[in-house]
Structures are given as structure tokens and as C-alpha cells.
Ligand binder design. Sequence first.
Ligand SMILES: Nc1nc2c(ncn2[C@@H]2O[C@H](COP(=O)(O)OP(=O)(O)OP(=O)(O)O)[C@@H](O)[C@H]2O)c(=O)[nH]1
Ligand SMILES: [Mg+2]
Length: 533
Amino acid sequence: MLRSIVKQSCRGSSFLLQCSRILRGSSKKWPIVHQQEVIPKRLKYTMSGVKGGSHKKGRQMPEGSTEEDLTAEVEFDEKLIDKDEEYNFIASSALHITKNILNEQHILLIQPYIKWGPQRATTSPDLMVEEAEALVRSVPKWQVEHTMKVPLESFSKKTLFGRGKIEEIKSIISKLRASGKPITRIFISKGVLYGAQKRLLETTFNLPILDRYSMVIQILRLHATTAEAKLQVAMAEIPYIWGQTRPKNASVGKLDDLVLSESQRILLSDRERKLKKALESIRGQRKLLRKKRQARNFPVIAVVGYTNAGKTSLIKALTREVSLQPRDQLFATLDVTAHAGQLPCKLEVIFMDTVGFMSDIPTELLECFISTLEDVMLADVILHVQDISHGNCTEQRKHVETTLRELVEKFGEDHELDNIINVGNKVDKLPSDAREVSKYQDMHLISSQTLEGVRDLLDTIEKIILQRTKRSHITIRASMGGEEVSWLYKNATVVDTEADLEDSQYLRLHVVIADSTFQQFKHHFLKGRKKLV
Ligand SMILES: Nc1nc2c(ncn2[C@@H]2O[C@H](COP(=O)(O)OP(=O)(O)OP(=O)(O)O)[C@@H](O)[C@H]2O)c(=O)[nH]1
Ligand SMILES: [Mg+2]
């Protein structure tokens, strides 16, 4: 900690600059046919702004910028997120999207896993089942009636399971029907099943089959409320449908793939093109929004983590924002929303809530949320929230870290991911003697529910934010009622003020100030220039 006292005088005002520079850090390296029938509707797309923000009166804002300015409009065809009967027909064949997702469904859950070899599961089958059950629970009225763990030698068999296992599954389905629990869907908890595998199994059991990708799509459809989230989910459906479809000139032997007519192919391509365009516009709007935030000079803290780790709960604990609704559901948050908060030094910051990650789901799905994830890449600090009470915590952590790295590489961001703070959440669920374990050593153990450890975490965030955004904590002595005082209120964060014991005409202001702003301050007041910019 550097402490220095600088005595200066100018224009009759003397300054005692007592600089307590807490931290100084390195800079951040940082298809169709129907086009004519559709009347493109101009839907209002409202970008979520900073919720709960409190702007200090007189604080310097970019000219003309207000909360209102965070609203932007993107034009897109209403059919992309609403009812498009022809598309829905294709989607329901490939994804088994139900007309009314809220209808009751009775699920037979099958968890396949590889016991030996390079594809061997890194997680225990029981934990895999637990996660698969949580996926089903995330849709109201969907109920797991029976669960099976099935060890396999590989996932590439045409019928996935051997003959004996298929007979066993058939017999379980019959028994359940006989006992008044008829199965309506089979959920095979594997990332993506080949189109041919899926259709063969559907014919064998005479039931719709869901894999993890199509299961997650059902949940995302249910949880998407804003136009942006709905467009992103609509986009995420397209690669899956193409993957399930027999390629145009494929040999007729592949009868088990989903076969689309020429007009259906055109419809799908056209939809893909329009979605890409709409999402590009949204990406542009998000960039604009980011620029506005940057102009306002608010540090940004992105909160990432495995789904259900407690990201939304942590933001709620840090901001006390009552409107935030943490839910015991997977993929509860689909929109990146910005929430205003304050660090202990009173510096206003923005916390960004994000979409959760999940293993054994192709990154293609997550990539549709790229405009969202760009906000994460460009944040000053990333909080990686982990549910340490979860039996699979270590694997979840690895998965999030790997995916973040993959996304950074894929989207060419120059990011070293060196600004991550690991947060071990739900510590209240751990017995006290389990907390000392070395695997938690690089983590801030907290509970978003009891608020244990939250204040310490905020202190760490503050330290890193000050370092990365090149801000310092300093004390400035200035004449009471003088121009310097109002300038500082406008351009810096005044944490506290006290009377100067040596001279009652002076105030001592404890401020958090960006290094560049401090240079401006010195330039204006120490060089005798009266006019401020
Ligand atoms: N006991 C306990 N439960 C917690 C804690 N933090 C979150 N939860 C619970 O965990 C569940 C998930 O919390 P969320 O905050 O919605 O998790 P999330 O990471 O935002 O989840 P997604 O948005 O679905 O990715 C909710 O039921 C919360 O009440 C905690 O510190 N202790
Ligand atoms: Mg959430």
C-alpha cells in the first residue's frame, strides 16, 4: 500500500493529497415459399437495461443518455417466435415439441453410460441420473415414472441398446401400463442421439424419444420470456433439426432419418437465415448497450456457472434486488440481465446474470446465446459460482472452465480468463467439518441464502475491480464549498467526507477515482485552469 502526502497550491487553494492507493493493476488485455404470405411485423424488442440503478444527481453521463436510451428496436418476422404451423410440424417431428408443454407427461428415464475406454463417464451414473431427473422436474407436470441406468460399450450401435436390453425396456413399459402408469415419452439422457437411432427406437417402443438436447429445448422454450431469448432458442433448434434430417442427396438406404420435403427444407433454410439476421441485429444492439455502459464508466461483473449453482441468488444477495427470482429449476435464467449494485467503497457496479452451463449438451446450443456471452467476455470480473454442496461439483467446475475456454477460442476473443473469482456457494448445506477441505482453497465460500461470506466476497471483488479498472482509493483535501468538491462529486465516487481538523475551511474527501480522472483533476485544479471540461 502506497501512502504519500503531496502538498500543492494553486489559485489560492492549497491541497493536501493523501493518496492511499489500495491497488494498481495491469490493464485488461484484454427457407421460403411463405415469405409473401407473412406480413413482417415490427415487434418491439426491449433490451433489458440496468435494473435498480440509482444515478447520483449530477453524476457525469454521456450526453443525452438516460435509462430510456437502453431500449432498442429490432425488426423481425413475428412467425420466428410465435406460431408458424408448418415449422411447428417439422419441429415436433424432430424435437417432439408438444403443442402444450404444460400437459402432463409420464417419463421413462434411461441413463446410458460407457463403463470402459476413452468415452468412459467421468461422473457416477447416479449423479447423471440425478441431473437428468432435475431436467425433467424443470417442466411442470412432467414426471419420471421409472429410471434405468444402462451400461454400454459404445454409443454408436444403431439401436443404441442390445437386443436383451430392448426386450427389458419393452417389458418395463408394459408393466407400467398395466399398473396404471402409462409412459408417454422416453428420455434417453445422452447429448444427441443420431436421427437413425432415434427413429429406430421410436418405432421399436412406439413412443416419442427425447435426448438431452431436445429435452433442454423444451425447458428453454418454457423459460424464454423475452423476444431475445425466444429468438435464441428458436435458433438453437435449427442445427438439431438439420442433424436429424436425411441429407438432400443421401442414399435412399438411410430410411430411418427424418425426411423433409423440398418445401420444408426451404422453409427451414429461410427461417435459419432470418433468425441469423435478427440475432445479428440484437448482437449489434447489445454492443451499443455495452458502449453506453462503458461511457457511463460502470465496472461490470459477470456471474457465470453451472445451471442451478445459485447465480441469480448470488446477484440477489449482492444487490438486494427483490424482483430477482431464484428457482430450483434448470435453465431458469435465459436472459442476460444487468443489475446495479454497490461495492463497499460505494462505487456503483453492474452485475450480469447469465445462462447456466450443462455438461453433455453440444456447445452449438450455447452458441446461440453468443451475444449474451459476449457480455461475459468483456466483463471486468467474472464470478464463477459453484454449488459446493453438489456431489458433482468438481466436474461441473471443469465443464464450465472448459466451455468458457472453448467459447473464447471459437469467437476469437483475446481473453486470458485471468479475472475469474471462484465462488463456492451453498456452504450452508455443508457440515462445518467439511469446509476445510483443500479443494475449496481457491474459493470464496459463501451462502447466498444465509449471506455467510458475502461481505468478504464483496471486498475481494472491490479489490480486483479497483485494480483492473485502474481506480484508486485516495483522500483529497479541498476547500469547503469549492469547485473541486462539486467536480469530485460529479466525476468520482465520494465515499466519505470529514472536516479537516487543522483548518475548518477545508474538507477531507475520501474518494474512489479512476487514474485518468485523477489526472484530469490534477490538470484542472493543480495547473490553475479554472474552467472544467
Ligand atoms: N441452501 C441454499 N440454497 C441456495 C443457495 N443459493 C441458491 N440456492 C437455491 O438453489 C436453487 C437455484 O438457484 P438460482 O439462483 O436460481 O440458480 P441459477 O444458477 O441462477 O440457476 P439457472 O438460472 O437455472 O442456471 C434455488 O432453489 C435457490 O434457492 C444457497 O446459498 N444455499
Ligand atoms: Mg438463474
